[in-house]
Design a binder for this molecule. Structure first.
Ligand code: AHR
Length: 502
């Protein structure tokens, strides 16, 4: 099979916001406790955070980190997590049927973020709470001093305000599983009141209103329209969430998951722009794709989920998916979709970061390792700089059960005008065929291949586990060769490839 790609740095889709490489830490399972935080671990720092995990987080290249949930946030009282640790209450976490010890809260998490160089994106509880509690946590976090709440932060050890820029107005309020879930009108009215109040404190905050928790939700499209009709003037982003898994062994469709993500983004953009048109507004609402990943959600429902009324464990093993090669190829393709839409998707969060549907896994008292999905994320975050380019891609298609005819190859290219570097990210979705792709680089001038790596394996189900933590990794792709100004590369079946031209 052959394919052809033309790259031209004059055709720009939009600048790539570094916030596209965000992630997400929720008080869920072992993401916080026994994940980023394990005071008894031999490699823990004086605050209880694991150095080995922090090092992997830095290597992953994540930027903004969403916190503290997720479904968790819709029952969370932020003030439980500040002040003397030994006086903090233990609470029921209804979202994950667990006990929350509150050993880690806003101040500890912000301290950890400084260690990993991350930006805090904070979600407020609009499930069981409302305007006042959102104002309180805003004042605690961002107000300099001289009020009860800002002085409490200072007394708790943080003199400088956190200056949190991005705030999520609740989480997945369209989902019946969400504490406080209601109609789009109800949520939209609460979100706009909260947004207005928060803007009375600081009009420059960047506010994210909840879109649908998935494109398959019954109100998808309607939810976005009504919520934006209520909130348009007061918010900056609408959120998208999407998770993918193979259904009934249909890997052809699974490998085309990014087609669904593309359509999802296009639909939300169209809906936001419809509301803009009806209102005659000059303002544009962008997307915060603040939960995305491969997630074996059916396994959670069938195996992991805790329901016994007497069972409320602390930091249980939940959502600990072990990602395979094929999962990582789909995952790399989802990143391609996000970057392709850089003009409208200006923030994104990989859900999640450690142990819970995560690129990084840990064992209590033991090691930390990279899942297969770690590699496409780290390389894309490092190489996708500058702006996204429009591409001309010619390739065959194949038929899928879920998404109809889809291209065998997907690709996105980025170009950094300051360094002159160009990066191309490619996926071969074929389960059987090598694709020989030729890339016309003539307009880039005299470039050479700075690096080219692929993620693939003869066993597409191979994964990294505690006992075989380095089974899967990136391989140099040594097929690349120039014929005049055409670069020829072989893409193995079920593979993800990153090419850097300089
Ligand atoms: O990321 C896991 C969960 O998925 C989040 O808590 C929730 O927002 C979503 O349904």
């Amino acid at each position: 099979t052959t394919a052809h790609l033309t790259i031209d740095p004059h055709f720009v889709v939009g600048p790539i916001n570094r916030r596209l490489f965000g992630s997400f830490v929720e008080h869920l399972g072992r993401c916080v406790y026994d994940g980023i935080y394990e005071p008894d671990h031999p490699d823990a720092d004086e605050h209880g955070f694991r150095n080995d995990v922090a090092e992997l987080v830095r290597e992953l290249g994540v930027t903004t980190i969403r916190y503290p949930g997720g479904n968790f946030v819709s029952g969370y009282r932020w003030e439980d997590g500040v002040g003397p640790v030994d006086q903090r209450p233990r609470r029921l976490d209804l979202a994950w049927h667990s006990t929350e010890t509150n050993e880690v809260g806003l101040d500890e998490f912000a301290r950890w973020l400084r260690k990993v160089d991350g930006e805090l994106m904070y979600a407020v509880n609009l499930g069981t709470r409302g305007v006042q509690e959102a104002l309180d946590v805003l004042e605690y976090a961002n107000h300099r001093s001289g009020t009860e709440l800002s002085d409490r932060r200072i007394a708790n050890g943080t003199a400088e305000p956190y200056d949190i820029r991005m705030w999520c107005l609740g989480n997945e309020m369209d989902g019946p599983w969400q504490l406080g879930h209601g109609t789009p009108e109800e949520y939209g009215q609460l979100a706009v009141k909260t947004a207005r109040a928060m803007r009375q404190v600081d009009p420059t905050l960047e506010l994210v209103v909840c879109g649908s928790s998935g494109a398959g939700m019954p109100l998808f499209g309607t939810w976005e329209r009504i919520v934006l009709e209520e909130t348009y003037d007061e918010v900056d982003y609408i959120s998208c969430h999407a998770y993918y898994e193979p259904v009934g062994g249909d890997y052809e469709s699974f490998l085309a998951s990014a087609v669904d993500m593309d359509r999802f983004i296009d639909s939300v953009v169209a809906t936001a722009d419809h509301v803009k048109a009806v209102r005659g507004s000059k303002k544009t609402i962008n997307i915060s794709f603040d939960e995305w990943n491969v997630w074996y959600q059916s396994r959670y429902a069938e195996v992991d989920r805790i329901t016994d009324v007497n069972d409320w464990p602390v930091a249980p093993r939940l959502l600990e998916d072990a990602y395979s090669v094929v999962d990582a190829v789909v995952f790399g393709n989802l990143l391609i979709s996000l970057i392709r839409h850089a003009d409208r998707v200006t923030a994104a969060s990989l859900a999640q970061l450690v142990n819970v549907i995560a690129p990084i896994m840990t064992e209590p008292g033991g090691g930390a390792w990279r899942q297969t999905t770690f590699f496409p994320f780290a390389v894309t975050s490092r190489l996708a700089r500058g702006c996204t380019l429009e591409l001309k891609l010619d390739c065959p298609t194949y038929r899928t059960e879920r998404y109809g005819e889809v291209p065998v190859v997907d690709a996105v290219a980025t170009h950094d005008p300051t360094t002159g570097d160009t990066a191309v990210f490619l996926v071969n979705r074929s389960l059987t065929d090598v694709v020989d792709i030729s890339i016309d680089t003539s307009i880039l001038g005299d470039v050479s291949v700075e690096s080219i790596v692929s993620l693939h394996d003869d066993d597409i189900h191979a994964a990294n586990t505690r006992d075989q933590s380095e089974r899967v990794g990136l391989k140099p792709n040594d097929s690349a060769r120039f014929v005049d100004s055409e670069l020829h590369i072989s893409l193995p079946p079920v593979s993800w490839t990153a090419l850097q031209l300089r």
